[in-house]
Design a protein around this ligand. Structure first.
Ligand SMILES: Nc1nc2c(c(=O)[nH]1)N[C@@H](CNc1ccc(C(=O)N[C@@H](CCC(=O)N[C@@H](CCC(=O)N[C@@H](CCC(=O)O)C(=O)O)C(=O)O)C(=O)O)cc1)CN2
Ligand SMILES: [Zn+2]
Length: 765
């Protein structure tokens, strides 16, 4: 038996987010293209260096990117939307970043969640373009690693099935021509790699863990049959992750030389398949046994036992031992965290610590004579100590969660009844305009917060600054003539972190960043204890903003499911129980806001859909407790109090039912990048509560014209009643500049006023 330690992929942002800083400096024209390339090369090589230093047997390359790997793959094949007027040949950086971020004349490609992770990728668009290999970037990376370190690294690529499946414009009508164009390009990339001396090549096919129908299974077979014929000399590791392989008995015999399976998130399914069908004896088996998605130390004795069981069931001659997925979903190292609770820190494993676990497990498996000491008990002790931590022993919280009843989920009256009362109480115009909550986090805002964090600025001075900024933006909103105002969220770095800091049970890191999309990163809190409400979180800011204006100011909270899904969560309780703990804490905050005179309260749930299991058969159970958590947080208010929610970054088209089940009076959702699809699905599944369709994309610095937004609004009115229709941007504006924001909002309000006139005229006619 041979054992090889390897990775599916490693984070690319750098320990101090050097990658993010380089990208943003380049976009601001502070770096020349040459200096930018130089800096990225340094980061790229340092990742290889790290893997070699930690003693990984097989280094992975091709997992680095200049923005997003799906985008890289699309552009490598010349799959560039026509609106970018690309003339062929190597894709230059301005074109690359235009597709990602939009430019003056063309909107960016859509962005959407990468499976059930918190990462968002750029969606490739197929419009019948003639495809061509623009540049073999993976080959360049392979050669670079060979030259710098003399290694034969394992190149990785997004596999052809997953790539097609996630392409917009791929359908049963375009499937044949698309694949006929694409497969020769994959073939060429693989051929060039083999010719350059590549041994193993990893093709990532996470789509193979979703529910596949017979036609899809057949297609996967055809794709891999073709590749095997076209490049018989390539040694392919077909890598799956995030769940168990679907249709194992068929797909496991695809003509590839190795198969990678996730034995963390797909433990049950993959074990059952191994037991029932065994493993093909001519293939290498790569096993994901260390969790690539969470931050907890593995119980190494347990994992070692799992590996033994897999060896026994598979009878494979060669095993690769690896994390369950790309490590880009976890922070880089715990070594930089000096402030954290030592009991917690001891129980954590980020990317580098996970690699150490992989190495330990690999050495242990190799050590057949048992000559080495394998001290697995330390990991067990760390886990045990955290389990007994006083922060996990809040009896009150445990008891309240146990005694929640169905009544606790319901508002006093039905929506139609509430709608009447709210119309009377709020008296808003037709098509009320609003924003999603945050306004630009200017350099000044960040500077002040940093100074305050470093104790260079007093609490009083910091609070005074936040008030001044809030006041300035209340005035701006009034001048823009927006109907329902927000306080601007200047006191928040991040919508989850902020709440975590005020609730019990959370821990925060200094440097534990993970990439969210493009250059944007988040530092997820760690929920490691029982969650409880200690004192008001947002009441002072909301009440202050409300005191400045006669218009309504929305209270602004992050919902329980989003706090859960955007944190790293303890694994000793069910996710449902943790969500209910958070919901019960937020319920107190909602009540405190109402008591303080806030009439509209928005509880954001952008991550509600992110928690959906990959397998459809598990959706129901998740949605049950997720929807109930939102209701638990929001249902105790008076009928007159209007509850809003907000969602972004997801396909809603198959999600209208759960959205409706939240029983929120108004929802604002992102649609500007996928507007047409939502409209057609609303045609089929009518939605009856208040709904604000995002009329412009906030991820791009581009200022949309009022005409453009008006078109979106007119279309929306085809499928929505005018009394339910709200107008808002796609999401919060914290990442935008002030000038862009004001210009775009002015156009949005102008478009709304035109629409009101049009509708009035058509009524009076
Ligand atoms: N948790 C979470 N997950 C989410 C989202 C979200 O909003 N929150 N939204 C979706 C993704 N959308 C996102 C939108 C914006 C950003 C974003 O703007 N991120 C910022 C970081 C936000 C932040 O915490 N900023 C801190 C600054 C932290 C920082 O950079 N500090 C410097 C120090 C600077 C100094 O000393 O001068 C450092 O650590 O190096 C602040 O505002 O105070 C970024 O990447 O730039 C991230 C995700 C999905 N997942
Ligand atoms: Zn949003």
């Amino acid at each position: 038996m041979t054992y090889t330690s390897t990775l599916i992929g490693y984070p690319y942002i750098g320990e101090d987010r050097e990658w993010k800083k380089a990208l943003e400096a380049f976009w601001r024209n502070e770096l020349s293209e040459e200096d930018f390339e130089e800096r990225l090369k340094k980061i790229r090589l340092s990742r290889i260096d790290k893997q070699l230093q930690l003693d990984i047997d097989m280094v992975t390359i091709g997992d680095f990117t200049y923005y997003d790997r799906m985008l890289d793959t699309a552009l490598m094949f010349g799959l560039i939307p026509k609106r970018f007027n690309w003339q062929g040949g190597k894709v230059d950086l301005p074109t690359y970043y235009s597709v990602a971020r939009g430019n003056k004349t063309a909107v960016a490609s859509e962005m959407t969640k990468w499976f059930n992770t918190n990462y968002h990728y750029i969606v490739p668009e197929y419009e019948g373009q003639a495809l061509q290999l623009t540049e073999n970037k993976v080959l360049a990376d392979f050669l670079e690693a060979k030259e710098a370190y003399g290694i034969i690294a394992k190149p990785t690529l997004i596999g052809p099935y997953t790539f097609c499946k996630l392409t917009k414009g791929y359908s049963k009508f375009t499937q044949v021509e698309y694949l006929l164009a694409l497969l020769p390009l994959y073939t060429q990339v693989l051929k060039e790699l083999v010719e350059a001396g590549a041994n193993w090549i990893q093709l990532e096919e996470p789509s193979l863990v979703t529910t596949l129908d017979a036609a899809e299974i057949k297609l996967v077979q055809e794709i891999y049959d073709q590749l095997a014929v076209a490049v018989p000399e390539a040694k392919i590791m077909l890598q799956t992750y995030f769940e168990a392989l679907c249709a194992y008995e068929t797909l496991i015999s695809l003509p590839v030389q190795g198969f990678g399976l996730d034995f963390v998130h797909g433990y049950k399914g993959n074990m059952a398949s191994l037991r029932q069908y065994g493993f093909p004896q001519d293939k290498v088996l790569a096993i994901g046994v260390v969790n690539g998605r969470d931050i907890w130390r593995s119980n190494l004795a347990e994992v070692n036992a799992t590996i033994q069981a897999i060896e026994h069931l598979s009878n494979a001659a060669e095993l690769w031992i690896q994390p369950s997925s790309n490590l880009q979903h976890v922070p880089i190292t715990t070594a930089l965290e000096n402030e954290i609770d030592p009991v917690l820190k001891h129980a954590l494993a980020f990317a580098d610590e996970k690699i150490v676990e992989i190495i330990e497990l690999t050495t242990c498996r190799r050590d057949k004579e048992g000559t080495l000491q394998h001290n697995f008990s330390e990991s067990m002790k760390a886990i045990e100590a955290l389990k007994n931590h006083p922060i996990r022993q809040n009896k009150m919280v445990h008891q309240t969660v146990q005694t929640v009843t169905t009544q606790d989920f319901e508002r006093h009256s039905e929506f139609t009844q509430r709608q009447k009362l709210q119309q009377q109480a709020l008296a808003l115009p037709l098509f009320p305009t609003t924003t999603i909550g945050s306004f630009p986090q200017s350099d000044e805002v960040k500077r002040n917060r940093n100074a305050w964090r470093k104790k260079q600025l007093s609490n009083e001075a910091y609070e005074a600054f936040i008030e001044q900024e809030t006041k300035r933006w209340i005035t701006i909103q009034e001048e823009l003539d927006i109907d329902v105002l927000v306080h601007g969220e200047f006191e928040r770095t991040d919508m989850v972190e902020y709440f975590g800091e005020k609730l019990t049970g959370f821990a925060f890191t200094e440097k534990a960043w993970v990439v969210s999309y493009g250059s944007r990163c988040v530092k997820p809190p760690i929920i490691y204890g029982d969650v409880a409400w200690a004192s008001p979180i947002t009441v002072i800011e909301s009440a202050y903003a409300q005191s400045l204006t006669m218009r309504f100011v929305k209270g602004m909270l992050t919902g329980p499911v989003t706090i859960l899904n955007w944190s790293f969560v303890r694994d000793d309780l069910s996710r449902k129980d943790v969500a209910y703990q958070i919901a019960l804490a937020l319920r107190k905050e909602v009540e405190a806001l109402e008591k303080a005179g806030i009439s509209i309260i928005q509880v954001d749930e952008p991550a509600l859909r992110e928690g959906l299991p990959l397998r459809k058969e598990e959706w129901g159970a998740y949605l049950d407790w997720a929807v109930n958590s939102f209701k638990l947080a929001t249902s105790s208010v008076k009928d007159e109090t209007q509850i809003h929610t907000h969602m972004c970054y997801c396909e809603f088209n198959d999600f209208i039912e759960p959205i409706s089940a939240l029983d929120a009076d108004v929802i604002s959702i992102e649609t500007s990048r996928s507007h047409g699809e939502l409209i057609s699905s609303l045609q089929v599944n009518p939605y009856t509560k208040g709904i604000g369709l995002g009329v412009y994309d906030i991820h791009s610095p581009r200022v949309p014209s009022d005409e453009e937004m008006l078109t979106i609004m007119r279309d929306s009115l085809q499928v929505l009643d005018r009394h339910q229709f709200w107008v808002n941007p796609d999401c919060g504006l914290k990442t935008r500049k002030e000038t862009e924001t004001v210009a775009a909002l002015a156009n949005m309000v102008a478009a709304t006023k035109t629409l009101r006139q049009e509708v009035q005229q058509s009524i009076s006619r």
